[in-house]
Design a protein around this ligand. Sequence first.
Ligand code: ZN
Length: 323
Amino acid sequence: MTAVFQDPMFYDEDKAREALEAVRWPDGPICPHCGNSDQEKLAKIEGQKQSHRPGLYYCNECKGQFTVTVGTVFERSKVPLTKWWMAAHLMNSGKNGVSAHEIHRSIGVTYKTAWFMMHRIRTAVQESSFVKLPNSGAPVEVDETFIGGKARNMHLDKRERRITGTGGKDKTIVFGALERGGKVHTIIVKDRKKAGLQACVKEHVKAGAVLYSDALASYDGLAQEYAHKVIDHAEKYVDGQIHTQGLDNFWSLLKRGLNGTYVSVEPFHLFRYLDEQMFRYNYRGNREHKISDADRFNMVLSQVAGKRLTYQQVTGKVGETSF
Ligand SMILES: [Zn+2]
């Protein structure tokens, strides 16, 4: 147990629930069924009967009952909130994240439960909408990378592959755009053809931005809309400001996570890992704006509302509700 788990929200179920209530309902409870927020028409009914769950509220407007977890990724979970908070905290500390095995061992749930909890938490941190890059006037790097296939092939040398044209057949292709000193966006694409990649660029990068890419022919023609400069990796990797090293670093963080920490990722689930890694990267902070693990954890807390992910959605299996 690290020192941070001494916070009562990690061992006291009431405190864990109050932490969620505080971020979800800063001005008092809101009925998730009818939206009623008139505190005179809402009543806490815990303690009136032994059978009532703690944290249960009654809405006089729609005569419904609810707790703070209704409509969040924790809804109907049998795992105590204290364990959810521990898992969320472990996942959002450090650079590479943790594996389901580590969560399983450190918080005392089964491996399967840990795996599913992690997917729910990833759903919570998913960016629901993208604002085009850059936010400042900084240059934007764009690039793609191959992920997946057999684990031993994951470290294929990018340069060699680009020059010889090998690799990529059974792999998933991820496009990325990264603002220097800012955020990264990633999206799974079906191929590296011009139409698709240029559509990605236009969707994620503001027209007129300074844009750096490698010499892949699919990026030809972007100079009409962008201050587009190309670095030809067959010749060199950096030419003054013109390079894609920021994105290269992000790809290696991502792949280190996928290879080492996560063991194996099915292509179907890849987007969830991308969400997690993007969240960690985009809220990493910098010298001027420091973001601690605790700050990032608070952001997770504030994002759990309004998102649900059922076991069926993750696995396609019906009828399993043991989480
Ligand atoms: Zn209501």
